[in-house]
Design a protein around this ligand. Structure first.
Ligand code: KIV
Ligand code: NA
Length: 275
């Protein structure tokens, strides 16, 4: 099991950190067996598993339900769980209460929150309470309506400088790591070099300390299109489609089940039953 300390040491020795999302028992088990350093129970859950158009409808209860299954499937892996939309903005009391639930009820090692400004204070409070926090800057999908769409962040000098300042601020308030989403590679490189904590990129180029991708994008599983920054390593849609189509066809044509998939009983019982 990685720790915030061992993850920082990986950064220091330039060993790339791997992170992938998981949302249930099998995906968590597969991620752990593949040897990832960290698992993220992302609120991308809303889109890739629950079928919503964005991450906005996802609730704390949804996250906890799926987070528990992930932790059961990956007991040896550092699990980070997303605080969903508006669960850390209403009041400090509400934030602490929900964060406590997310950690205690799931058994995850850390939570992740999006954004800067007031969230920077929140990161400090959570850290003081003993909850490890991963920050998330750049494209922050919970604010997609404010950002005006899923687009690259920090492209001009002013926006880039702001992102650098925010990254330094989340580190200063105690974040153990930073997820940087959809920012130009040269900016991500600069931020990673300025910070001591590991910067895990998604659409942030090759110079981050680690990389995170969404499970369903990597496997092209249930998703048709994937973002430009994602790499598809296999096409599960095709694999699943042909397997399920074959099942349907074999049942229709009585090729399945065969005697090898069936149970029998003693001959004398059969003749008694049939009279
Ligand atoms: O919810 C998610 O999957 C994420 C990653 C894209 C970083 O936050
Ligand atoms: Na997320």
């Amino acid at each position: 099991m990685k720790t915030s300390t061992s993850l920082k040491e990986m950064k220091q020795r330039h060993e790339a950190i791997t992170m992938i999302t998981a949302y249930d028992y099998p995906s968590a088990k597969q991620a752990e067996n593949a040897g990832v350093d960290m698992i993220l129970v992302g609120d991308s859950l809303g889109m890739v598993v629950l079928g919503y158009d964005s991450t906005v409808p996802v609730t704390v209860d949804d996250m906890i339900h799926h987070g528990k299954a992930v932790v059961r499937g990956a007991k040896q892996t550092f699990v980070v769980i997303d605080m969903p939309f508006m669960s850390y903005h209403i009041s400090p009391e509400e934030t602490m209460k929900q964060a406590k639930r997310m950690i205690q009820e799931t058994g995850a090692q850390a939570i992740k929150v999006e954004g800067a400004k007031e969230v920077i204070t929140t990161i400090g409070k959570l850290t003081n309470a003993g909850i490890p926090v991963v920050a998330h800057l750049g494209l922050t999908p919970q604010s997609v309506q404010v950002l005006g769409g899923y687009r690259v962040q920090g492209k001009d000098k002013e926006a880039a400088q702001q992102l650098i300042d925010e990254a330094l601020a989340v580190q200063a308030s105690g974040a153990i790591s930073l997820v940087l989403e959809c920012v130009p590679a040269p900016l991500a490189k600069l931020i990673a070099s300025r910070l001591d904590i590991p910067v895990i990129g998604i659409g942030a180029g090759e110079h981050c300390d680690g990389q995170v991708l969404v499970y369903h994008d990597v496997l092209q599983y249930g998703v048709e299109r994937v973002p430009k920054f994602a790499k598809i390593y296999t096409n599960m849609n095709d694999v699943v489609h042909s397997a399920l189509q074959q099942f349907v066809a074999e049942v229709k044509t009585k090729q399945f089940p065969t005697p090898s998939h069936s149970f029998t009983m003693k001959e004398e019982v059969i003749s008694e039953l049939y009279g």
